[in-house]
Design a protein around this ligand. Structure first.
Ligand SMILES: [Zn+2]
Length: 265
């Protein structure tokens, strides 16, 4: 078959996937087998250029929250026969010493927290709010979705054929370009709808992990309080903390609370 037909075939039959929990259909042109190794490589690079925290207590807390959120996600996927979606994941949680108010999770479960966000989290439950939200971006494949959209709008159908595997080096260049990797990685800006979706999924993950989801509204209120400052934190430029956000979270609370079973049963 000719290339255009091949690309259309891929778009129609292969390129759609479903976001767990919200059930939204999304464009997925880059299979995890291609996306995750690149993501892991970038993560290793970021870590090698960063100072990792040696505060054992805080590092342990980040890893503990991460593992609980991971388990909640894995349980949810198992219960919904979606385990295959997690093949290739290689979860990792690190705490970077930096004044930046920031945290992110790269495709495949590679999480970084910056020490600058910890005071706003206040405690372990606050960390779970951020962890749930960031992990949700990865689970919902928002990075890959953004790349897919970028590939279509910037490169057009012809190049897409190349990107689908005929030329691995070119593929990698296109992908790195479309996600702005290497320079902007930790501050990837998602669309508002991706943000709402990550809030929704994150709330359910944290509840399922045994953290009270109601802490999410107060976390975002604390973030909003910072936005009036001279230099709003990095996290706020990618995560606008608005009244709408808090209202939306409140609307999702009854659903999230159904998943919440406090640990000391
Ligand atoms: Zn986000």
């Amino acid at each position: 078959m000719n290339k255009t037909f091949y690309v259309i075939f891929l778009l129609v039959f292969v390129a759609c996937s479903t976001v767990p929990i919200t059930g939204r259909k999304q464009l997925k042109l880059i299979p995890n087998g291609q996306l995750l190794p690149m993501s892991f490589e970038q993560y290793t690079q970021v870590l090698s250029e960063s100072k990792l925290s040696t505060d054992e207590e805080k590092v342990a807390m980040i890893k503990r929250v991460g593992q609980k959120i991971q388990t909640a996600a894995e349980d949810y996927y198992k219960e919904n026969y979606l385990e295959n979606d997690l093949v290739g994941y290689d979860w990792e949680y690190n705490l970077i010493v930096s004044d930046q108010v920031n945290a992110w999770c790269m495709p495949g479960g590679k999480v970084a927290f910056y020490t600058g966000i910890l005071p706003i989290c206040e405690d372990e439950t606050g960390i779970a709010v951020v962890m749930g939200h960031e992990v949700a971006h990865a689970l919902a494949n928002h990075g890959g979705e953004r790349m897919s959209q970028g590939m279509i709008t910037q490169m057009g159908m012809g190049t897409l054929g190349a990107a689908m595997g005929e030329n691995p080096t070119l593929t990698k260049q296109l992908l790195l370009q479309s996600i702005g990797m290497g320079t902007q990685l930790g501050v990837l800006k998602f669309s508002r709808s991706n943000e709402s979706e990550a809030d929704h999924i994150g709330l359910i993950l944290m509840a399922k992990a045994g953290y009270n989801p109601e802490a999410a509204t107060s976390f975002w209120e604390r973030m909003a309080a910072l936005s009036g400052g001279q230099a709003p934190p990095e996290f706020l430029s990618t995560h606008p903390a608005s009244e709408t956000r808090v209202k939306d979270l409140e609307a999702l609370m009854p659903e999230a609370l159904e998943y919440y079973k406090p640990e000391n049963k």
